[in-house]
Design a protein around this ligand. Structure first.
Ligand code: URA
Length: 437
């Protein structure tokens, strides 16, 4: 019989104690097999939010959550297995561009991704807007596709880090999400369980980011890199800007179209710059190149030669989708209705509030408010003007799309609120701030 008791563990953390590995494992095992009641789990989570966890506790917590379910063994796959993770933001379709680029540069990509609540679906929902695309696979099928095409992006299986799933659901309703050790262990338990050797983390900062302050983003990045290294993986984090949406498209099929354009070298410059920045970090830490300059050249060649776009086509085809989409994005779902919004004065776009753009996108039907909501794959918006652009009164700011006409007016109103036009040109923000090794 175990001498451990949840009451004592909660009391210890409440009094700022350091939990032992045994206590943390007891907690996570109890969460996984539902022998610890939610009220005790929630009490411990709150004590962690208030009193924190040191690096050792956070690493043990991550490992316990990682081993609460399946841990993928990618050793049968050839080459270096690479993964990336973004803490998320509006218009973030980076995985759709970056993963095919890395596959074209010789890394093996076996990525599990999420759907999620919010302004658009997650990577899985975006890819599902491609006709025929299948996203759910058994571990055997997942490995077989990765081996054959060198790249797969699939829906994260329920058996990956089930303890995190239970904890996150509870954190979400008990105001215990905002804790660096809890966020870092939650993200890294899933990433580590997916088995990659090399992981680049895109940690966003700015008004549209999960961590809105720079210091918060940096602390989270450092914590996640430290957890990854302790687990024996090669991990870097790149702190990047999310103060306005990334690229121009926000919405599922709309983002797939923009990702394809970017893979062909005709996408928005911020998205291309971000993919080159994150991709070169990935090539560097994986040992594919020794200088950032070479890494960038390799990525540019993958784009201009068409190899990166061909990798996306191979992935789409291997996952049952219609790979003609790469040459003809018109086969993506199209909205029946659209509405345009215009500048009401001359000036410069001084702000483009991410959260408002996200809300506008959600109102078009592109996202989910509740987890069972059905996404409209064709819905969303395309920004014609972004921060720093000069506008004259009457210029087109953006176009909104939806399959339901009555959703467009409230969405357009919300999008207009996201724009602030002023006389003065705003100072330019950097897109990539810092790499945490
Ligand atoms: N994303 C996660 O996966 N977990 C968190 O705790 C926060 C963001």
């Amino acid at each position: 019989m175990s001498a451990l008791d949840m009451y004592d563990i909660i009391d210890k953390k409440k009094n700022r104690g350091t939990l032992s590995a045994e206590e943390i494992r007891y907690f996570i095992n109890g969460v996984t097999d539902s022998t610890i009641p939610d009220y005790q789990t929630a009490a411990l989570l709150m004590a962690i939010v208030l009193n924190g966890m040191d690096d050792e506790e956070t690493s043990v917590l991550t490992e316990a959550m990682m081993t609460s379910g399946d841990v993928l063994d990618l050793s049968s796959l050839p080459g270096i297995k690479a993964d990336k993770h973004s803490t998320g933001g509006v218009g973030d379709k980076t995985s759709l561009v970056l993963e095919p680029i890395l596959a074209a540069c010789g890394l093996t990509i076996s990525k599990m991704s999420g759907r999620g609540l919010g302004h658009t679906g997650g990577t899985v929902d975006k890819l599902e807007s491609i006709p025929g695309m299948k996203m759910e696979y058994s571990p055997e099928e997942f490995l077989a596709i990765a081996a054959e095409s060198g790249i797969i992006i699939a829906s994260q299986s329920a058996d990956i880090a089930p303890a995190d799933k239970k904890l996150y659901a509870l954190r979400d309703v008990t105001a215990t999400v905002d804790s660096i050790p809890l966020i870092a262990s939650s993200i890294m338990s899933k990433k580590l369980a997916c088995g990659a050797d090399v992981i680049v983390l895109d940690v966003k900062t700015g008004s549209g980011a999960f961590m809105d302050t720079y210091e918060g983003a940096k602390t989270l990045a450092e914590k996640m890199v430290s957890i990854g290294k302790r687990a024996g993986r090669k991990v870097s984090a790149v702190i990047t800007d999310m103060d306005q949406p990334l690229g121009r498209a926000v919405g599922n099929a709309l983002e797939v179209k923009e990702a394809i354009e970017t893979l062909k070298g005709i996408g928005p410059s911020d998205l291309e710059e971000l993919c080159i920045g994150l991709g070169s970090e990935e090539l560097l830490i994986s040992g594919k190149t020794v200088s950032r300059k070479d890494a960038e050249a390799m990525i540019r060649e993958a784009i201009t030669s068409g190899k990166a776009a061909a990798k996306l086509a191979a992935m789409v085809s291997a996952q049952g989708g219609n790979a003609d989409v790469i040459e003809n994005t018109d086969i993506l779902p199209k909205a029946s209705f659209e509405k345009r919004i215009f500048a009401d004065r001359d000036g410069y776009i001084a702000r483009l509030e991410c959260k408002e753009v996200g809300m506008a996108s959600l109102l078009t039907g592109a996202g989910r408010k509740q987890k069972d909501d059905i996404i409209d794959p064709a819905a969303g918006l395309v920004l014609n003007k972004k921060v720093g652009d000069k506008v004259d009164k009457g210029d087109l700011l953006a176009t909104l799309y939806s399959s339901s006409a009555d959703l467009l007016d409230p969405a357009a109103e919300r999008l207009l609120e996201a724009y602030r036009i002023s006389d003065k040109k705003p100072s330019e923000r950097k897109l990539i701030y810092e790499v945490i090794k």
